[in-house]
Design a protein around this ligand. Structure first.
Ligand code: HAM
Length: 428
């Protein structure tokens, strides 16, 4: 047993997995750019109040899962690791006066998030999200554009059969009356409620619809649904979101129990699942409209909408589907030498080639040439540069490991020759 391990719920991304994640990050960035988003960074931690106010104090994310940082002294500010990006991006929007920029402001963040969750498959304490946020557009067209963007990501990433679930959860005009109806319904069934849900009934009755407790399934199925209580404006907004989704050909299903786990949502809410895996634990991504959040964090009333896609879960889904998540590029060439002790020449030649932008590996161990070349084929290098007595005349051997051919090349031409050979390898 090694004495130290990665903390529970975190994982080291070994090179192969890292390459898969890099591919997804690259796709996310290129799609974001295609859709007019600008990338930004926010700190990995914020004042705890940003999350508590923004996400809602009675949500699981804040109550149970927030990674609070131990204060350094009694009077220092309370900080927590970011459990998601939306609250931080909105905090930045307000702080930097982005309401004076041309609206809408479209921002994207890619990076790790932290939730002190019970670790299990697809549920980590450090995980990666691709997040997009649009602030300053009340929709409904942009709602569909955002939903379509997430759907396209899965399509282009190669995740098969992604199901889009959408719902409207009303706004400040119609939700209070619905919440009262919902609360009254569950109160009538209070005796049947598990302990945790009974406590939620007082604080946050909407969360009961999101319960993972199997004992709740029957009660939830018979509960009054927000779709029956939407005001006219929310009803019209939702109908138009659907019409826009139809127009761009995104297949979706209306899911009346979809309420999301964060408090800032209003109107449009959506999630992405693998078809047949629509259990609450396994959402590939989710998002929605948050028209009150910017004001809540000190800005002018401004509408907003966005999503976050869980990249770890996308990697898992690709793995399950047997798709190759990503590939590390092998070195183009290995620099080997006939004299095991002459590491100086090998390092010098490797350094020359790297300065020309080529990816090479230098054999710097004192091993026989045969052993050095074995490594080259194990690493899938295309070429071996072999340094021998010819170096005295300024030449080296260039061996094509795939074709099995070998020729003498002047050191001065080596970088150009390799670059040209690499190109022809690439194209055929
Ligand atoms: P969320 O639904 O809390 O939304 O998280 C979005 C996605 O992040 C989930 O669907 C899941 O794929 C992934 N995820 C969440 N927790 C974990 C975990 N412990 N391990 C692995 N993956 C996880 C948000 O975060 C909102 N900020 C989305 C948003 C943006 N809404 C508006 N704008």
């Amino acid at each position: 047993m090694p004495p130290y391990r990665a903390p529970r719920g975190t994982r080291d991304l070994l090179p192969e997995t890292r390459a898969g994640l890099s591919r997804l990050e690259g796709l996310a960035r290129s799609l974001a750019a295609r859709y007019g988003y600008r990338e930004m960074e926010i700190p990995l931690f914020e004042q705890t109040a940003v999350f508590e106010r923004g996400i809602g104090e009675t949500t699981d994310v804040i109550e149970k899962e927030l990674f609070r940082l131990a204060p350094r002294s009694e009077d220092s500010e309370a900080w927590a690791l970011r459990p998601e990006a939306t609250a931080g991006v909105v905090r930045a929007y307000v702080q930097h006066g982005m309401q004076t920029w041309p609206q809408p402001v479209k921002l994207t963040v890619v990076g790790p998030m932290f939730r002190y969750d019970r670790p299990q498959a697809g549920r980590y304490r450090q995980f990666w999200q691709w997040d997009v946020e649009v602030m300053g557009d009340p929709g409904p067209g942009v709602d569909a554009e955002v939903i379509e963007l997430g759907w396209r990501f899965y399509l282009e990433a190669g995740v098969p059969e992604v199901q889009v679930l959408v719902n409207s959860i009303g706004d400040s005009a119609c939700r209070p009356a619905y919440l009262a109806t919902l609360k009254a319904y569950f109160a009538r069934h209070e005796a049947e409620l598990p302990e945790l849900e009974r406590r939620r009934l007082e604080m946050n009755p909407l969360r009961l619809l999101d319960s993972k407790d199997p004992a709740m399934a029957v009660l939830i199925a018979a509960a009054p649904m927000i779709s029956e209580c939407l005001c006219e404006a929310c009803e019209a907004h939702f109908a138009s979101v659907r019409a826009h989704l139809d127009a761009v050909g995104v297949p979706y299903r209306i899911e009346p129990t979809l309420v999301r786990g964060l408090d800032y949502y209003a109107r449009t809410a959506f999630e992405y699942y693998r078809r047949g895996a629509e259990g609450q634990q396994q959402a590939l991504g989710g998002g929605g409209r948050y028209d009150g959040l910017i004001e809540l964090l000190g800005g002018r009333p401004t509408p907003g909408i966005g999503f976050a896609l869980g990249l770890d879960r996308v990697l898992l889904a690709l793995e399950e589907a047997g798709a190759e998540a990503g590939r590390e590029a092998p070195p183009l060439a290995l620099v080997a030498g006939a004299d095991p002790a002459d590491t100086v020449s090998r390092l010098r030649v490797a350094s020359l080639l790297r300065a020309e932008g080529l990816s090479v590996r230098a054999e710097l161990a004192h091993r026989k040439l045969g052993r050095q070349l074995e490594t080259a084929s194990k690493e899938h290098a295309h070429f071996a540069v072999i340094i021998g007595d010819e170096l005295a005349e300024g030449n080296v051997q260039l061996k094509d490991l795939e074709a099995g051919t070998q020729r003498l090349v002047p050191l001065a031409d080596l970088a150009r020759e390799l670059a040209r050979a690499a190109k022809s390898h690439h194209h055929g």
